[in-house]
Design a protein around this ligand. Structure first.
Ligand code: B16
Ligand code: MG
Length: 222
């Protein structure tokens, strides 16, 4: 294992709830409707635009282009407002220690998040200098579950995807890691059954667990 590719929302920090709150507020204000809970799961790891498409499908609504653009902009404003309260206290359990240990062992780390707010969030929680590289989602042509983001993340580290472990909390993200040819670690419930290795909390993540998973992943391929 030479590199670790981190998802952000749900792995480094729990901003998934902030995304859902921002969408919920927007839909209530604009349409007077309540967002179904399922939207939180369905929009995990999915771009802002695709998230709105999922929401419109769930609510059986359709919008013209300008209104669509207006809503994605407003959602982002609501979301950014909520990010102002973020501090290093919002780093999920075990992640700070894991990153420290990876650095000590000379293992490179990349951020592979669909969020355009990734650098701002890392700044707020004090981890911006810990990452060797951050993928710019604005430069990608396809979102998760397409493997592109994880392929680009490993390339930016100067590594082959097979030498990397990817950590994700979304179904789309696990599919993307698997298709990229990296070893996938899922954090969550059995919805993530496609992950090569699954844990239920970030607390369980350690360099030993990642290294052992990657060893098994390589042996399985022999
Ligand atoms: P933004 P991840 C994803 O981040 C979120 O899970 C998803 O809910 C969000 O829509 C997407 O980022 C885009 O975020 O609106 O901030 O650009 O899980 O890939 O780290
Ligand atoms: Mg995520």
């Amino acid at each position: 294992m030479k590199g670790v590719l981190f998802d952000l929302d749900g792995i480094v920090t729990d901003t998934a709830t902030y995304h859902f709150s921002a969408w919920s507020r927007l839909i209530k204000d604009e349409f007077g409707l309540t967002l179904p809970e399922i939207v939180e799961e369905r929009t995990k790891g999915v771009s802002r635009e695709d998230s709105l498409r999922i929401i419109l499908e769930e609510l059986d609504l359709s919008l013209d282009k300008d209104r669509f653009q207006y809503l994605t902009n407003r959602k982002n404003q609501c979301y950014i407002e909520s990010l102002n309260q973020l501090t290093s206290e919002d780093i999920l359990p075990g992640i700070f220690k894991l990153i420290e240990e990876l650095k000590q062992k000379g293992i490179k780390i990349a951020l592979a998040s669909a969020s355009h707010n990734g650098p701002f969030i890392l700044e707020k929680i004090g981890l911006i200098d810990s990452f060797d590289t951050i993928v710019d989602p604005g430069k990608l042509s396809r979102g998760k579950p397409d493997p592109e983001i994880f392929e680009v993340a490993s390339a930016q580290l100067g590594l082959a995807p097979k030498d990397c472990v990817g950590i994700e909390d979304s179904i789309a993200g696990i599919k993307a890691i698997n298709s990229a040819g990296s070893c996938s670690i899922g954090v969550g419930d059995d919805k993530l059954s496609e992950a090569f290795q699954r844990v239920t909390s970030t607390k369980e993540l350690s360099v030993t667990l990642l290294q052992e998973s990657w060893n098994n992943f390589v042996n399985d391929k022999l």
